[in-house]
Design a protein around this ligand. Structure first.
Ligand SMILES: [Zn+2]
Length: 102
């Protein structure tokens, strides 16, 4: 018998741990840290396999293209588009992320 709830809570815990490890590595080392990107890749495969709700941290703070954690002033720049009400986060790989505020 498979306990769906327990499986999902374990998966969410692992995603959280991987994200935390990746973030601390990104902050301690440089922007182009391969291990932290690997951690994010593993976390994303756990998310899709166990169908846990996509963690908001990962959605907001990870570049879709190069899988690096976005730290303003280090590997990305942030610009506010005031007429449309979203902020544009430009990663060093060239990928743009648009997040709405209010
Ligand atoms: Zn990127």
């Amino acid at each position: 018998m498979r306990n769906e709830k327990l499986t999902k809570s374990i998966a969410e815990g692992r995603v959280d741990t991987l994200f935390r490890l990746a973030k601390s590595r990104t902050l301690a080392n440089m922007a182009t840290d391969r291990l932290s990107r690997r951690y994010i890749g593993i976390a994303e495969s756990i998310i899709s396999h166990y169908r846990v709700g996509r963690n908001t941290h990962i959605k907001m703070e990870v570049c879709k293209k190069c899988k690096s954690i976005l730290v303003p002033g280090m590997n990305c720049s942030v610009r506010l588009a005031s007429n449309t009400g979203y902020r544009v986060i430009l990663c060093i790989c060239g990928e743009e992320k648009h997040l709405f505020y209010r």
